[in-house]
Design a protein around this ligand. Structure first.
Ligand code: SPV
Ligand code: MG
Length: 557
């Protein structure tokens, strides 16, 4: 072959390729100077697996799509039934797909319609073969009749004239070698199909040795991209294809064949054993299915779009206290209703919770409760707020402590991502703890602070799954034991919420509930050996204790 040009010439070589379309990316694979590889898929799941494996493209095989539908590779599935499958495959993936379009499902007119429909579905290209409709798989029988060459050229032209994306690829597949018509016929047709506008040629063979393919490649040269399907000559080293400057190699049916073997084995084992115990560790997990199906994306979308708390997390906000240190500012309203740049502090906190996907929010109010009147939140009252503490306020909402629950003080502001991150920590009770607590207020005694001593001081080198737990929590820990400050946001799992409810009952029974703070509650849980986990955060929050904090809150926004 002559010295390779920068790109393999194709019928569009003078125009730039659009790399952002799937068709453009298939065209790049066909025209790149490297030998590229695409892998068979037959449904949305196998297409995802091909992409997940790292392939740059998908071969949507007629044989395997038919087989997966339980029918023969004889156009038994109608082209619109195949199109439905292709649509799922295309939607499920971001890499380009070359569709096995058999003989084009009819004459030039059918090709026009198919090409338009594929383009509308973001499919990158079609391969059509020069046989007759209804087709028979190339590996069956001998001497299958070929299409009339000129008629087939008309199909290629019709396809090219119907493409929606300018980079859509029409690959013309030569069956002359397989049908026993010889190399000269294959080369004659190659020339005609390329002249008719084909973007690439697929030279097919069913011999055990690669000789006729190698001969075709050397005779045809580098006039346009050439695609091969080494199903029968499978043990030819890939290096030979690189050397022969093959543009694209199709691994045509191996995902379906692998699944047949795997399904047979697992079915036979379960039938024989009458239990699934032996196969459990041999098959993909159910959560793997969920991951492949993209369930995580759906639960995020539910947070954004579902109108009510359809089983999602809820929040309880403790907002009963006045905030006496704020003096006159809280004469007529509790501190949670103080204005922060045109909106009450509590309104801003609720926006953050809602932005984190929490729809069901209950605020426990006390002091000047009539002022706590925000729409879209439920309220519960602690009318004993003057003589009781935080745990009493929480106990007023004990009936709400069911299922996944975020617990928050009503006087805090924090960045929304903390809601997402705290949900990712494995644990039934998780506290968001500020590792940069010193920077906030160097003197730990400057206000009442919920200080935390932890099993692992904050560092930046954690392993992802490292569990960090609270050792001690309180308002006056020894200075050298403080690892952070609880920011007033906790997440309780369903079990965690039940544990807290249980402890509220204990505290009510032994009379300690009335005056207790939340740190007292957590301390009691730790004494019961209930693990409390930590999400470390680095600043990005504040609470409102004094007029200076109000100013900080304004700039925090
Ligand atoms: C297919 O995968 O459906 C093909 C390739 O067309 S072959 O089965 O080799 O004909
Ligand atoms: Mg096929």
């Amino acid at each position: 072959m002559s010295v390779a040009p920068l790109k393999k010439p194709d019928n569009k070589s003078s125009l730039p390729i659009n790399p952002s379309s799937k068709a453009g990316r298939l065209r790049s694979l066909l025209t790149s100077l490297e030998t590229e590889f695409i892998m068979e898929a037959h449904d949305g799941l196998s297409a995802k697996i091909v992409e997940e494996a790292g392939f740059d493209g998908i071969w949507a095989s007629g044989l395997t799509i038919s087989a997966a539908l339980g029918v023969r590779d004889n156009n038994e599935a109608s082209w619109t039934q195949v199109l439905e499958v292709l649509e799922f495959m295309s939607d499920a993936t971001t890499i380009p797909m070359l569709v096995d379009g058999d003989t084009g499902y009819g004459n030039f007119n059918n090709v026009r319609r198919v090409v338009r429909k594929l383009g509308q579905r973001g499919i990158a290209g079609i391969c059509i073969e020069d046989k007759l409709f209804p087709k028979t798989n190339s590996f069956i029988g001998e001497g299958q009749p070929l299409a009339d060459m000129d008629e087939f050229c008309g199909k290629i032209k019709a396809g090219k004239d119907s493409q929606v994306d300018e980079d859509f690829c029409v690959v013309a597949r030569l069956e002359a070698l397989i049908s026993g018509q010889g190399m000269a016929e294959a080369l004659k047709r190659a020339d005609a199909y390329y002249s008719a506008g084909a973007d690439a040629l697929l030279i097919h063979s069913k011999t055990r040795e690669p000789d006729e393919i190698l001969t075709f490649l050397s005779e045809w040269g580098d006039r346009c991209p050439v695609v091969i399907v080494p199903t029968t000559y499978y043990d030819t080293p890939t290096e030979a294809w690189r050397k022969a400057e093959v543009s694209l190699v199709i691994w045509a049916n191996h995902n379906l064949r692998a699944s047949i073997t795997a399904m047979r084995e697992v079915s036979a084992t379960i039938l024989r054993d009458q239990t699934i115990a032996a196969v459990e560790n041999e098959v993909a997990t159910v959560s793997d299915i969920f991951e492949l199906a993209g369930n995580a994306e759906l639960s995020n979308a539910e947070k954004i779009y579902l109108p009510t708390s359809q089983g999602g997390a809820k929040a309880i906000v403790l907002a009963a206290s006045r905030g006496s240190a704020l003096g006159d500012l809280t004469a007529d309203r509790p501190k949670c209703m103080l204005d922060i740049r045109g909106k009450p502090l509590l309104g801003r906190l609720i926006d953050t919770l809602k932005g984190g996907g929490i729809r069901d929010i209950t605020v426990v109010r006390g002091y000047r409760k009539e002022m706590v009147n925000l729409p879209t939140v439920k309220t519960i009252d602690n009318d004993q707020f003057e003589t009781t503490g935080e745990v009493s306020t929480l106990a007023c909402a004990a009936d709400k402590l069911k299922g996944e629950t975020i617990l928050a003080y009503g006087d805090v502001l924090f960045r929304q991502y903390i809601i997402d991150q705290i949900a990712e920590i494995d644990g039934d009770i998780v506290l968001a703890v500020d590792a940069l607590w010193r920077e906030r207020d160097p003197d730990p005694t400057s206000r009442t602070r919920d200080l935390v001593s932890s099993s692992t001081p904050f560092n930046t080198g954690y392993l992802n799954d490292e569990v960090i737990s609270v050792r001690e929590i309180g308002h006056d820990l020894k200075a050298n034991e403080i690892d952070g400050e609880w920011i007033g946001v906790a997440r309780l799992s369903t079990d965690g919420a039940a544990t807290v409810r249980d402890e509220l009952n204990n505290m009510s029974a032994d009379g300690s509930l009335k005056k207790a703070s939340l740190t007292d509650l957590f301390t009691r849980l730790l004494a019961r050996n209930v693990p409390i986990q930590i999400l470390y955060v680095a600043g990005q929050w504040l609470d409102i204790d004094n007029p200076g904090d109000l100013k900080d809150a304004s700039s925090f926004l």
